[in-house]
Design a binder for this molecule. Structure first.
Ligand code: KG4
Ligand code: ZN
Length: 346
């Protein structure tokens, strides 16, 4: 079964053709990172406008790269939740139109579910039950999956998402958007033990990342001898390159530690777990990948998505839709689909 997957929930316009959930026939991603970097973050109106320009050429290229046509594919899947309203509208409108005009079965897909299924795209077949750590710019969740297409949130953030925390700490240090990759790069030259940042004490499997961001800010203020009223624009100019690298490394280590500790707790609560998966943009983080393998390789199968499927793409959307279809999901009427900027995975 060949599925066209379309993704436009944030700042990537993407389309892909995937056969039977795993075989990547094409994967086209147009990123708006350069456009938003100028503003230090994603500007929703600009994101929506950029999606309008990119969506048709991206879908056409995905079909061409796969040597397919809209007639030869079997279904169309699209991200309809969660995400930026204007961004979601463009992808879903394009997908709905194609489904209607070409009479194709139509499957709206949850973005976080898609991130989890990025793991199947690299040819892996993780064994169930599994624990998936969904770590992205908007979400931080531990999800327990007993079988395909069955999601139970067992831990979630009470405030900021881990990716958001990377992005905010990057801003404090004066690094460009997106913060995650820039923090990781800078951390290569830093001493991760230089600054001691506290691990938040949150009950159960839940997370809190806003305190960590504030802890970095306070440590920076202390380091440069300024008080809490000093504007952050002034703070970053007072830090030396080495201090910035040490802060990046210390923060990254703490954020990774927090996640690994909670996952360890999750495996204690679910000793029947067979596999542990990473999903979402922060899964591109090398330290997180290494530490995850170190912590769990002995007792579990550990999976991290191929780098090109870590951040937003259409391939994971098609893969997630395929496994939903296998689990019995029926097509949705493209005329009646609505987007939903916020929603939990279910
Ligand atoms: O999944 P994603 O592409 O979009 C959302 O669904 O949110 O994730 C984007 C997030 C951003 O916060 C970005 O800073 C983070 O993923 N990210 C990273 C790395 N690459 C991307 N965080 C840490 N290390 C990285 N190498
Ligand atoms: Zn995402």
């Amino acid at each position: 079964m060949k599925i066209l997957g379309i993704e436009s929930s944030c700042d990537e316009t993407a389309a892909a053709i995937i056969e039977d959930g795993q075989k990547v026939l094409s994967n086209v991603v147009v990123s708006q990172i350069d456009i938003h970097a100028e503003y230090g973050g994603v500007i929703p109106e600009i994101a929506a406008r950029s999606h309008i320009e990119a969506i048709n050429p991206v879908i056409e290229k995905a079909l061409k790269d796969a040597s397919e046509t809209l007639d030869s594919i079997d279904a169309i899947a699209v991200t309809h939740t969660p995400g930026l309203v204007g961004s979601l509208l463009i992808g879903t409108l394009a997908a709905r139109t194609l489904a209607i005009t070409h009479n194709k079965p139509f499957y709206p897909t949850h973005h976080l579910k898609s991130h989890i299924y990025a793991n199947w795209l690299s040819g892996y077949n993780p064994e169930f039950p599994l624990l998936a750590a969904v770590v992205s710019g908007g979400h931080t969740q531990i999800i327990y999956m007993e079988r395909h297409d069955h999601f139970e949130i067992i831990g979630t953030t009470r405030d900021d998402a881990i990716g958001e925390c990377f992005d905010k700490v990057a801003k404090i240090l004066g690094l460009p958007y997106p913060g995650g990759p820039n923090i990781a790069k800078l951390a290569e030259n830093g001493d991760a033990n230089k600054y001691h940042l506290p691990i938040p004490q949150v009950g159960g499997l839940d997370f809190s990342f806003s305190g960590l961001k504030t802890a970095v800010l306070r440590a920076v203020q202390h380091e440069v001898g300024k008080d809490i009223h000093t504007p952050s624009t002034e703070l970053k100019s007072l830090l030396t390159a080495q201090q910035k690298a040490d802060f990046a490394a210390s923060f990254q280590k703490t954020a990774v530690d927090i996640l690994i500790k909670k996952l360890q707790k999750a495996t204690e609560l679910h000793p029947e777990t067979k596999s542990i998966l990473l999903a979402g943009g922060v899964s591109a983080n090398e330290l997180l990948r290494t530490e995850l393998h170190k912590a769990f390789d002995k007792d579990f199968q550990v999976f991290v998505p191929d780098m090109k499927f870590s951040t937003d793409n259409g391939a994971m959307v098609a893969s997630a839709a395929y496994y939903s279809i296998q689990a019995g999901e029926k097509p949705t009427d493209p005329y009646s689909l609505d987007i939903s900027p916020r929603s939990i995975i279910c």
